[in-house]
Design a protein around this ligand. Structure first.
Ligand code: 2PG
Ligand code: MG
Length: 427
């Protein structure tokens, strides 16, 4: 029995300069676990709700109450519990909160504590987190999905599509996939400068360009891949996060950049054309969270050759993942621990994806910190894919670099997932 001796909350800062919750758990054995809650900007309505203070300080986004909940109610409820029984700890957190979306204690307070307990249990067992999670089961090093251009809610809505990313499943290793991506990132930077499109940096560190159309972003990404010396659709593929819930509702999609409105079918047709024209391997949230029928039609149209990912649609909810896999709404689930609020529920969502025979991507949020827990989840749970934002900025490189360490450490024991991570067959 690895008893929890104390739980402490701390107010720290995220990559957007906003306060967030850190939890520190100390066991009777002296083992310590620490973790920090990330924060989304383009959020699904079904997500666990962060508790923010409101008022005028930090635009209402302070977390004094959530931190106080960690120090007060949560600490009192967890003291004396067995840290190695993560499911029981998480059940206690869920029961203590008492709401469907963890609104009372705050999803930010609950996920920070849940992750900190996990770290403490691993430390107590004398194991690195990934090994504590894998429990001897097979592991793969995930395929990274890395942002080159940022848009949508992360870049002042200058372009409708939220993320233009690249994936390199044909690389021989995670390290090689990062090498290719870095070349593309810098080729894109040079191209933007040469063509006078440089604008700024998006929330996850990607370039925030001045595009006239969404297709211009795609064209520029293809050019960047070529300029970097790679073959688009072979050595480097394109992935998109449309984040369509941000501009679509009730079957209407408002493309601000092009000043036109599309219905669900027209949205699908536009993206089918993109898939035919560009080397796109993965599309996340192509339709809005309130348009499951649109998802179904889109997956039926392109799912044999493109990974269709549910983020806002699924919000890392095991029941939603099971249902979406059964109804073939998507062929991949995005897995973000703070969307559902506990480690146990996050694992259940991943297991639901496995059971439903769809792929999975462990993902960071747009508001992040130096916390590297998700890198260990991706490897220890054998998720196959990993999405963290761009290849710049410390809160992103903390995770990429941790994965490089894990790849090196697991040489000969865990292979790079490559194409095996994808729900589509390509060569
Ligand atoms: C997403 C994430 C990360 P946010 O939509 O997948 O890119 O963004 O954390 O703002 O929800
Ligand atoms: Mg998304």
């Amino acid at each position: 029995m690895t008893k929890i001796a104390s739980v402490h909350g701390r107010r720290v800062w995220d990559s957007r300069g906003r306060p967030t919750v850190e939890a520190e758990v100390i066991l009777a054995s002296g083992a310590v676990g620490r973790a920090i809650a990330p924060a989304g900007a383009s959020m699904g309505t079904g997500e666990a709700a962060d508790l923010r203070d409101g008022g005028t300080t930090f635009e209402g986004l302070d977390v004094v109450k959530a931190v106080a909940n960690v120090d007060g109610e949560i600490a009192a409820a967890l003291r004396g519990r067995d840290a190695s029984d993560q499911a029981a700890v998480d059940d206690a957190l869920i029961a203590l909160d008492g709401t469907a979306q963890k609104k009372r204690l705050g999803g930010n307070a609950v996920i920070a504590v849940s992750m900190a307990v996990l770290h403490a249990a691993a430390a107590d067992a004398g194991m690195p987190l990934f090994a504590h999670l894998a429990k001897g089961r097979p592991m793969r090093i995930p395929v990274p999905e890395i942002q080159i251009f940022g848009g949508g809610a992360h870049a002042g809505r200058r372009v409708d599509v939220q993320d233009f990313l690249v994936m390199c499943p044909s690389a021989r290793s995670f390290a090689e996939a990062l090498d290719r991506t870095a070349e593309v990132y810098h080729a894109a930077r040079r191209l933007l400068r040469e063509t006078g499109r440089t604008q700024g940096v998006a929330d996850e560190g990607g370039h925030w360009p001045a595009f006239a159309t969404n297709e211009e972003g795609l064209d520029l990404l293809v050019q960047s891949i070529e300029k970097a010396g790679y073959t688009p659709g072979d050595e480097v593929h394109i992935a998109l996060d449309i984040a369509a819930s941000d501009f679509g509702r009730n079957g209407r999609y408002r493309l601000g950049l092009e000043k036109r409105e599309l219905d669900s079918d027209a949205m699908c047709e536009m993206m089918v054309r993109w898939v035919e024209r560009y080397p796109i391997l993965s599309i996340e949230d192509p339709l809005a969270e309130d348009d499951p029928e649109g998802f179904r039609k889109f997956t039926a149209a392109v799912g044999h050759r493109v990974q269709v990912v549910g983020d806002d649609l699924l919000v890392t909810d095991p029941d939603r993942v099971t249902d979406a896999a059964r109804r073939k709404l998507v062929n991949c689930a995005l897995i973000k621990p703070n969307q559902i609020g506990t480690i146990t529920q996050t694992l259940a969502a991943l297991e639901a994806a496995n059971a439903g025979k769809i792929s999975a991507i462990v993902s960071a949020r747009s508001g992040e910190t130096e916390d590297t827990t998700i890198a260990h989840l991706a490897v220890g749970w054998n998720a196959g894919q990993f999405k963290v934002g761009s290849i710049t900025r410390g809160e992103r490189t903390a995770k990429w670099n941790e994965m490089l360490r894990l790849e090196e450490r697991l040489a000969g024991k865990a292979v790079f997932a490559g194409w095996s991570a994808l729900p589509v067959v390509r060569n």
